[in-house]
Ligand binder design. Structure first.
Ligand code: HEC
Length: 135
């Protein structure tokens, strides 16, 4: 967990991440709804990542991107357990791969490529919500 953003947010996100990790059924049950805390954490991390990339903060960007990578593994698992959700599995996988790529890009100091990859992630959020988010 990065300490780049304020302590309150960092600890809140940490709690949510911990809750998401220990809550059963995320990847286990085909009937399980997607954990809203998980999505909210993804939203917060995605915003933090965008600003850290804009600030060329390599440490913060790497930390956010690797957490997003972990969370998209859970999202991928969630949709993989559902019937007829192959597009969502693909979008989660794409987001997972793009967040891993961002870790590599910022490691090389290539914030241009990191920005492109982050744009790709935000596109994948919207695509998935268009088809799979009910409200
Ligand atoms: C693979 C599909 C998928 C991807 C990718 C995805 N989401 Fe979601 N997201 C969902 C679904 C499905 C819901 C709503 C679940 C429901 O309605 O049961 C949701 C809900 C949300 C919510 C609402 C949470 C709440 O508390 O109401 C937010 C915020 C959110 N997503 C942000 C994001 C952001 C930001 C990204 C990208 C960084 C992202 N999501 C990527 C599928 C996805």
């Amino acid at each position: 967990m990065t300490r780049v953003f304020p302590f309150f947010r960092a600890s809140l996100a940490g709690l949510l991440t911990a809750a998401a990790l220990i809550s059963p059924g995320i990847a286990g049950s085909a009937e399980a709804e997607l954990d809203m805390d998980l999505m909210q954490t993804i939203e917060d991390l995605n915003k933090s990542l965008a600003s850290n990339i804009a600030l060329r903060d390599a440490k913060g960007s790497r930390s956010d991107a690797s957490e997003l990578h972990q969370l998209f593994i859970q999202v991928e698992g969630h949709f993989a357990a559902k019937p007829d959700a192959q597009d969502a599995v693909d979008l989660a996988k794409k987001s997972k791969d793009l967040s891993a790529a961002i870790v590599q890009h910022v490691g090389r100091g290539d914030f241009e490529a990191a920005t492109d990859a982050a744009t790709g992630i935000s596109r994948a959020c919207r695509s998935c919500h268009t088809f799979y988010k009910k409200s």
